[in-house]
Design a protein around this ligand. Structure first.
Ligand code: FAD
Length: 456
């Protein structure tokens, strides 16, 4: 009886434990991806994410096809879709790599017990995180709430396993074209790509989704940029970081591949240490989400529920989204985001600080905009990053540390190269005056914060 391999946020054939287990089981393989926009609690993907998903699925389908398996595409509530497929092919086993969001875990656990009760072999594997969230604990057995001791504990734990090789040939159920196998949707019918209007031109210019391109990028980063990473990563005007975040988000690369490639190349160097610590922040965000599934909607620090967000000023929110606030480094960042579906980490911090502390707009508004526009929009890292900046999150920046956008610009974009690239009209009359006074709004934010302190 065939094995079903259910692909989710792991759109790759290399280092894929579930696929590997199916190969070892020795029965024909059915590969499936389910677009789930129906199950309760599943957050609908944003626009930029849908664009990435389309191309990454197309690439995965090619890579599987080359090896003899057709990728079956199904749409609907995931558990029902998998059960239907199990019945259609008379599957004997279902394998997947784990997901760590609250709703996802519930769906998977329920499905696992149901299928196991029906006599199937159901197995899940760790593949998207270096350390399983339940294995990293403080001395007293609680989850970590501060990064530094968390990462120290990770580094003291057993080293992440070596990546598994990509299988070169697979036994596809229904033959390599899947003609004798189950029917599936046509990717184009899912309408994941924008058409009217087609806003994805900048994304196409910037990115090439897919596993092969991901490995090329990893190799190039390690060869050319890792050496300077520790000192140059904060510079807005340099492309000094890996730009691997969408690859990790969609699982075109596993963190194990990144970990070992980095160690093999440069173990013990400052660049490798710093770079892997950033990958560690991704781990931390996911561990926090695992223990606090409402991270995108609820303040991690409860006392922030008392924060008196003023009534939303919709024109201020729109000005921020469109990059028309009159604060150059913020506007450059927001335009970079709109054009490329990405934003430099320091720019994310500056623009998030400006939204929450100068415009006094609830971090959830900003998180939602990022969710819709980032190609790396991530269930954990995005709300984690927003709560970190807002001060309401785990190991967060203290609320009273309000980024001064002008000082940040002077320090991290000293020749105005970043700002100039995204704001060609900066020195003309067409560029707006700042929509708020930075000093006044900073004072207002600090006054509002007093209420949080009082609620503590
Ligand atoms: P590099 O500097 O090369 O880092 C390597 C990898 O480490 C990244 O690819 C990423 O996977 C991980 N990483 C680095 N910094 C962080 C961090 N602070 N938190 C978590 N992981 C990190 N990252 C996302 O992947 N998805 C998001 O939706 C996201 N939203 C964010 C929102 C805000 C408000 C902030 C402040 C940060 C957010 N980040 C998010 C984290 C970080 O900005 C990006 O991961 C980083 O800019 C990606 O660029 P890079 O791949 O070149 O990073």
């Amino acid at each position: 009886a065939p094995s079903i391999v259910w692909f989710r946020d792991d759109l790759r054939v290399g280092d894929h434990p579930a696929l590997h287990a199916a190969v070892e089981r020795g029965e024909p393989i059915v590969a499936v991806y389910v677009l789930d926009e129906e199950s309760r609690g599943i957050r609908p993907l944003g626009g930029a994410a849908r664009w990435w998903l389309h191309h990454s699925l197309a690439s995965l389908a090619d890579d599987l096809h080359e090896r003899g398996v057709r990728l079956v595409l199904r749409r609907g509530a995931a558990a029902a879709a998998i059960r239907t497929l199990v019945d259609e092919v008379g599957a004997g086993a279902v394998f997947w790599n784990r997901r760590y969001g609250g709703a996802e875990r519930e769906i998977d656990a329920h499905l696992k017990s149901g299928l196991s009760d029906a006599g199937l072999e159901v197995r899940s594997f760790g593949a998207s995180l270096l350390f399983e969230p339940w294995t990293i604990r403080t001395g007293s057995g609680t989850p970590f709430s501060v990064f530094t001791p968390f990462w120290k504990a990770c580094l003291a734990a057993e080293e992440p396993r070596h990546p598994l090789p990509a299988p070169s040939e697979l036994d596809g159920y229904g033959g390599p074209d899947g003609r004798g196998g189950p029917a599936g949707d046509d990717l184009d019918d899912w309408d994941l790509l924008p058409t009217r209007p087609d806003w994805a031109g900048g994304l196409r210019e910037t990115w090439e989704p897919g596993e092969r391109a991901a490995h090329r990028r990893l190799r190039a980063f390690l060869a050319d940029d890792l050496g300077d990473y520790a000192t140059a990563r904060d510079r807005l005007d340099r492309e000094a970081t890996s730009r691997l975040s969408p690859r990790l988000r969609w699982g075109e690369l596993s963190p194990h591949q990144v970990w070992h490639a980095t160690r093999d190349r440069a173990a013990g160097t400052e660049g490798a240490r710093k770079f892997l610590a950033e990958v560690g922040w991704r781990e931390f965000a996911w561990h926090v989400l695992f223990h606090f599934p409402d991270l995108a909607t609820r303040n991690w620090r409860e006392e922030f529920d008392a924060f008196p967000w003023p009534r939303l000023h919709p024109t201020a929110l729109t000005a921020w989204e469109r990059g028309r606030t009159g604060v150059p480094v913020v506007d450059a960042a927001m335009r970079e985001l709109w054009h490329t579906g990405s934003m430099h980490n320091r720019a994310r911090m500056i623009s998030a600080s400006f939204l929450t502390k100068n415009l006094l707009i609830d971090w959830r508004r900003g998180e939602q905009w990022f969710w819709d526009t980032l190609v790396d929009a991530d269930h954990a890292s995005n709300p984690f990053g927003w709560q970190w900046v807002a001060g309401s999150g785990a190991d967060a920046a203290p609320y009273f540390r309000v980024f001064n956008p002008e000082l940040q610009r002077a320090k991290f974009d000293p020749d105005d190269r970043y700002v100039g690239r995204w704001l060609p009209e900066l020195d003309s009359d067409g560029y707006p005056e700042p929509i708020v006074d930075l000093k006044e709004t900073r004072a207002a934010a600090l006054a509002a914060y007093e209420q949080v302190k009082a609620a503590k």
